[in-house]
Design a protein around this ligand. Structure first.
Ligand code: FMN
Length: 189
């Protein structure tokens, strides 16, 4: 079961934008993050939720998509995420957060996958501009943005070839291919 869920939980970047996600669903997903591991159990993460088209548009402006797909500027109108969860670090609880945000992101995305949704972790964020657009207090460090929606693209996993190229790519049918290293190549002892 967990293997199936992990396999299904790919990074999706094109969505059925007309399928909305409600605030209750976003709260359920953040609750999975709340129940996840946190270094020293300090729980410094805070969240901003968005499922409103206008707020979504403000957030979208400041994200960078799929850097290996040089010709693709990101999802076009109609294929954009229906919702976002912005993951913040509360500097009054902890100054430097190394790992919590990744665990939270994975919990949220696995939960989204179970609900038939999908998403993408976005680390390439124009943080100063996003902070300004949403009037985010300097108290909160912007760590990640999770884009969410009903996936509209097919993503397949393949093996990294002998050349060692790990770059994802899109074929002429629009299928997104993600090379993963072999198990034998990552277990070194
Ligand atoms: C910390 C982190 C930051 C990421 N930032 C971005 C990003 O800014 N833009 C993007 O399109 N994808 C981003 N991704 C998604 C990765 O490109 C994706 O996980 C990778 O290509 C493997 O695909 P998979 O998630 O389907 O296994 C990020 C993933 C992680 C874990």
């Amino acid at each position: 079961m967990i293997r199936d869920l992990v396999l299904k939980n790919r990074s999706y970047r094109r969505f059925c934008q007309e399928v909305s996600i409600d605030i209750v669903t976003l709260k359920e997903l953040v609750d999975l993050a709340r129940l996840s591991a946190s270094g020293g159990n300090r729980q410094p993460l805070k969240y901003i939720l968005s499922c409103d088209p206008q707020k979504n548009a403000l957030i979208f402006e400041h994200l960078a998509w799929a850097s290996y797909l040089k010709e693709w500027p990101g999802p076009s109108e109609g294929e954009r995420p229906s919702a976002y969860i912005i993951v913040l670090g509360d500097t009054e609880i902890r100054r430097s957060i190394v790992c919590d945000q990744g665990i939270a992101a994975q919990s949220i995305l696995l939960g989204a996958t179970e609900k038939g949704l999908g998403g993408c972790i976005i680390g390439s964020i124009r943080k100063d501009r996003l902070r300004k657009a949403l009037a985010i207090s300097p108290r909160y460090e912007i760590l990640l943005v999770l884009a969410l929606g009903k996936p509209k693209e097919k993503v397949v996993i393949e093996s990294v070839g002998t050349g060692g190229n790990i770059r994802y790519w899109r074929d002429s049918e629009g299928v997104h291919h993600v090379p993963k290293r072999h198990l034998d190549d990552i277990i070194i002892g």
